[in-house]
Write a protein that binds this ligand. Structure first.
Ligand code: TXA
Ligand code: MG
Length: 311
């Protein structure tokens, strides 16, 4: 089956199955980025060895600078062709792959990855995703796939096909619809680039235990914002005039991240409810307090960025 014949300004949405993955693979091999679900968020995937294809990711997202991208591969063996894993990095990979963990390692010089992917850094961010759609695309294309979150630059990350369309409709050819993602926030990123591990981004894999044991040096920062188009107030215990309140636990709100106060459930619903609140008629958004432990720390991290004043 060939990729959908569609004008440049139309985005096709196809349910995840063998036929849609075949279309996606054909597009990827032709240098086009396609949106595919992963277990974290939807990714905008392109052939990481094709500079023009990678440039189309940046163009579709409207990314201002060239942030380095995560390269997705089918397994650890494929990852080791692209980067150098020391014993700590290998142990991490063996424990958490396939899954929502990205490991930054020194890049192999002759790995064939387009320089645009790593933004000229000597390191490369690698991830083995667990989602069957992304895995199927990796197997069919037999290419490493560069994939940032499938949203326009600075917008909320997509956990459903509709979220992808909300900011990329007309900018990409195909969205594979695999339903809502299971983790709901982007992968944990850990750097293993020279003695010890460093946490670069909090995520679904909880590294608090490693932090406590001193195995991770220092939390790093992520530059991007997850900005709704409206002001966002955190730690709201009551709703104020004009606010759409996102609840948690005892605070019900207009919609709740988790009635029972379950942080895992809250993580999976976070971007969903931010999209919902953004689309509501209320001019402002407020969100109930989220505890700062476990995956709650990763949730708070994203909320603080979303609430930060735009620069
Ligand atoms: O869950 C995820 O990680 C999703 C799915 C699609 O896999 N992807 C994702 O990609 O969140 P993106 O582009 O939105 O975030 C990638 C992050 C950026 O903050 C980038 O700076 C960092 O990874 N990164 C990429 N390569 C790096 C490198 N060599 N060194 C340090 N940070 C790197
Ligand atoms: Mg992103």
């Amino acid at each position: 089956m060939s990729p959908p014949e569609s004008p440049a300004n139309a985005t096709q949405v196809m349910p995840f199955d063998e036929a849609s993955i075949a279309c996606a693979a054909e597009l990827v091999l032709a240098g086009q980025p396609v949106a595919v679900p992963t277990e974290t968020v939807y990714g905008l995937a392109a052939d990481a060895t094709n500079a023009a294809a990678v440039a189309r990711i940046y163009a579709a997202k409207g990314r201002p600078g060239f942030n380095p991208l995560i390269v997705h591969v089918a397994d650890l063996a494929a990852a080791e062709m692209l980067g150098v894993f020391d014993r700590e990095a290998q142990a991490l990979a063996e424990t958490h792959w396939p899954g929502p963990l990205t490991i930054v390692v020194p890049a192999r010089a002759d790995n064939g990855i387009a320089a645009l992917v790593t933004a000229g850094l000597g390191t490369i961010a690698l991830r083995v995703p667990a989602h069957p759609a992304m895995q199927a695309l990796l197997k069919l294309t037999r290419r490493p796939l560069a994939a940032p979150s499938a949203n326009a630059s600075g917008r909320i990350s997509p956990t459903r096909a509709a979220h992808v369309l909300a900011s990329l409709d007309g900018k990409i050819r195909l969205v594979i619809d695999g339903g809502a993602t299971t983790n709901g926030i982007e992968s944990t990123i850990i750097a293993a680039t020279g003695g010890g591990l460093r946490l670069l981004r909090r995520g679904p894999i909880e590294i608090d235990a490693m932090l406590a044991s001193g195995a991770i040096e220092a939390p790093g920062m992520m530059a991007s914002h997850y900005a709704p188009s409206k002001p966002l107030r955190l730690d709201a215990t009551e709703v104020r005039h004009g606010e759409y309140l996102i609840g948690f636990g005892a605070i019900a709100g207009d919609a709740s991240l988790s009635d029972s106060g379950n942080l895992i459930e809250a993580a999976t619903r976070l971007f969903d409810l931010l999209h919902l609140a953004d689309a509501a008629t209320h001019p402002k958004i407020a969100i109930a307090p989220i505890p700062d432990h476990g995956i709650g720390a990763a949730i708070r991290d994203r909320l603080e960025r979303a609430a930060a004043p735009r620069t």
